[in-house]
Design a protein around this ligand. Structure first.
Ligand code: NDP
Length: 450
């Protein structure tokens, strides 16, 4: 049986690769899902007859556009903008915008594909999408970022809407960028609607949205630990990145009694064996969100170790929270983590572990929470923001946090339901893929050939 399945997976992947040449991250994301799903589909042939896998791997729509803007010297710059509208079977397209020089079609298609399953897992009515640009906000003035965002939204505004497609933030897109884009959308369309999430609190944003992805990744890790009758208290945690997800991962770890000891950015990582406490975290938030500086400055200020050009996976820990970018844990890193006693990996970032690294985690049977489950708290809270915008009513901090917490508990339960193997090991990869797939696939079948 295994061999026949392998042949089917390889045949399917050969077609995906031929159709989407050069999009390596997209191939990687599809392969992981197909490996989980094919055995399930063999047992449930209605999905095979309806060609759901073939349909779900083809975006409903891809929009690619020119973004011209003027820099502070008065020179014309040209970037490329994208929006991938992947799947709307269970709701309007929903997913973040990424501004980073590495952005390309394949990366955004991988992110949009993952988003379909993630959004379904939240149980909220959201389809999957993703977008962004190869624009690099680093070292740009606020005015340059504004002019870029306005030009980007001038085109994007034709394709989105509160009942059509509702973007949010991702790497390089935080409150500042969402603000500039929302302002431009409002100007062009003359309507004040919940067309973007991650908005400022005074103009339709939700409490807890900035915190949600990081908090959710920690709640998910807590649920994983509970399956072993363990808690966060006293556990040492490595965290990568130092942006939105990393910052609020550290905050929630502190609230639950764990000790975060690392942070990183694209240039290196810091290791603070005494722990990154609340005061140090405030410093990081100011450094990264206001001053827009480098993490190395933390090491200079607190006299701790800074390792240039590396990621923090060689540091001994009980819990690891990759919260920077895709493929930031390779096979060697995974082996190092396991060798050093790491028992839990909860992915705040999207697809931060390479397939070889995932293989190590699964074969060593550690508690491994893949991004599409562990970081779904961000989009779930975006879903709550959409509800508040429709009702034109804000909810309290406690109300949103408790809804987020319950959603993470439910996602965990879904993974346990669909991912527990005959030995009792919870394979969260299978659990998330199958659990996320069923609702979307059933909706696609019910809606006919869409
Ligand atoms: P931010 O832009 O706020 O922070 C990103 C962090 O990761 C920065 O520290 C950045 O360092 C680092 N980083 C980015 N690219 C690279 C790279 N190629 N190599 C090494 N480090 C890198 O983004 P977020 O915190 O929002 O996003 C982090 C991850 O979480 C992404 O994978 C994103 O898709 C995922 N995610 C985010 C959600 C959200 O709600 N924001 C929701 C779900 C997932 P530097 O400053 O040097 O670039």
């Amino acid at each position: 049986m295994a061999n026949i399945l392998d042949v089917k997976i390889n045949d399917f992947m050969a077609k995906v690769i031929a159709k989407n040449p050069g999009e390596t991250e997209f191939h990687q994301a599809v392969k992981e899902v197909v490996e989980s799903l094919l055995p399930f589909i063999e047992e449930n042939p209605k999905y095979r007859h309806a060609k759901i896998l073939e349909r779900i791997t083809e975006p409903e729509r891809v929009i690619m556009f020119r973004v011209p803007w003027l820099d502070d010297k008065g020179e014309i710059q040209v970037n490329r903008g994208f929006r991938i509208e992947m799947n709307s079977a269970i709701g309007p397209y929903k997913g973040g915008l990424r501004f980073h020089p590495t952005v390309n079609l394949g990366i955004l298609k991988f992110l949009a594909f993952e988003q379909v399953f993630k959004n379904s897992l939240t149980t909220l009515p959201m389809g999957g999408g993703k977008g962004g640009s190869d624009f690099d906000p680093k070292a740009k003035s606020d005015n340059e970022v504004m002019r870029f965002c306005q030009s980007f939204m001038t085109e994007l505004s034709r394709h989105i809407g509160q009942d059509t497609d509702v973007p949010a933030g991702d790497i390089g897109v935080g409150g500042r960028e969402i603000g500039y884009m929302f302002g431009q959308y409002k100007r062009i369309r003359n309507e004040f609607t919940g067309v973007l999430t991650g908005k400022g609190l005074e103009w339709g944003g939700s409490l807890i949205r900035p915190e949600a992805t990081g908090y959710g990744a920690v709640y998910f890790a807590e649920e994983m630990l509970k399956t072993k009758n363990e808690s966060m208290k006293g556990k040492i945690a490595t965290v990568s990145g130092s942006g939105n997800v990393a910052q609020y991962t550290v905050e929630k770890l502190l609230q639950l009694g764990a000790k975060p000891v690392t942070l990183s950015d694209s240039e290196g990582f810091i290791y603070d064996p005494d722990g990154i406490d609340t005061e140090k975290l405030q410093y990081v938030m100011h450094l990264k969100n206001i001053k827009r500086g480098r993490i190395k400055e933390y090491a200079d200020k607190y006299k701790v170790k800074y390792v240039e050009g590396q990621r923090p996976w060689s540091v001994k820990c009980d819990l690891a929270f990759p919260s920077a970018t895709q493929n930031e844990i390779n096979e060697d890193d995974a082996r190092e983590l396991v060798k050093n006693g790491c028992k839990v990996v909860s992915e705040g970032a999207n697809m931060p572990s390479t397939p070889e690294a995932v293989e190590v985690f699964l074969s060593e049977k550690i508690l491994y929470g893949p991004g599409k489950a562990a970081n779904a708290g961000g989009v779930a809270t975006s879903g709550l923001e959409m509800t508040q915008n429709s009702m034109r009513l804000p909810w309290s901090r406690e109300e949103v946090d408790s809804k987020l917490h319950q959603i993470m508990i439910n996602i965990h339960a879904t993974c346990v339901k669909y991912g527990t193997d005959s030995s009792g090991y919870i394979n969260y990869v299978n659990g998330a893929n199958i659990g996320g797939f069923i609702k979307v696939a059933d909706a696609m079948i019910a809606q006919g050939l869409v």
